[in-house]
Design a protein around this ligand. Sequence first.
Ligand code: NDP
Length: 272
Amino acid sequence: MRNAFVIGHPVAHSLSPALHNFWLKQYGIEAGYSAIDVAPESLEDFIHNIKNEGYVGGNVTLPHKVSVLPLMDALDEAAETIGAVNTIIVKDKKLHGVNTDAYGFIENIKQQHMLTNKDKAVLLGAGGAAKAVIHALLKEGFAQIMVTNRTKSKADDLQKQFGDKVVSVGWENRNSILVDTDLLVNTTSLGLKGNSELDIDLALLPETSIVCDIVYNPLMTSLLLQAKARGNPVVDGLGMLLHQAVPAFEAWFGVRPDVNTELGAYMLEQLV
Ligand code: NDP
């Protein structure tokens, strides 16, 4: 039987088992997908045993997304650029480390809205997820991406890494840079259940600008509620999670799974 996993520490909160097992059942595939708690000191052993254990691959979540990178036999372009692996695929007896977060992010938006204007995007946050979003937006052809972060040095690092289309801006300027923005994305953990709310004033944001929050618990964050109330098109973060899993499932189990409203409703029930 084909088996896949998600590793993390802790890992019990991961929604990936619910997601992949939903698809396995839907497509009648006899295979397994389970969560395995792997402590950082056991990571290397676990990775070295993947082939012996007969796994077809698995997902990688915090805190292993970066540390797993040098343990791979090969990396795809996204994993290399983003500097993190969220999916492992065993192919030709090799461990392929890939990153599907950028794909999941952009696919989620494109399924819901036409990305017609790509002059300017504003990104709030400069953590791990921000790298995937920048990679996706550059590939999508955005002319300028302004990144603002509480710790400005991290936004500066992203500007250095990704080049002159990425512009680092101080967090205190997050309201004024919204002028002429085509896409606003929150990649901070602000707004996440249990965290503080994102403090932002959208007055200068054009009403046509798409507003996306990659935080998905709650589904409608205060940013999205605020944006929706003034007429902006909004995109929640759950779809990113669903879409990033599509290429992984296809590589492991040979079926390209569908992201539809039935799956969305089921996954929403899993959020606590
Ligand atoms: P990181 O820990 O790498 O980054 C967190 C970011 O939030 C940093 O930019 C940090 O700023 C900022 N931040 C945290 N607290 C504050 C605060 N009080 N004020 C201002 N900024 C703050 O996390 P990730 O990038 O991995 O993830 C970020 C969010 O995205 C999480 O909520 C995660 O759940 C979500 N996510 C969603 C995905 C999806 O599929 N929808 C996929 C991946 C992530 P600073 O640098 O100053 O600390």
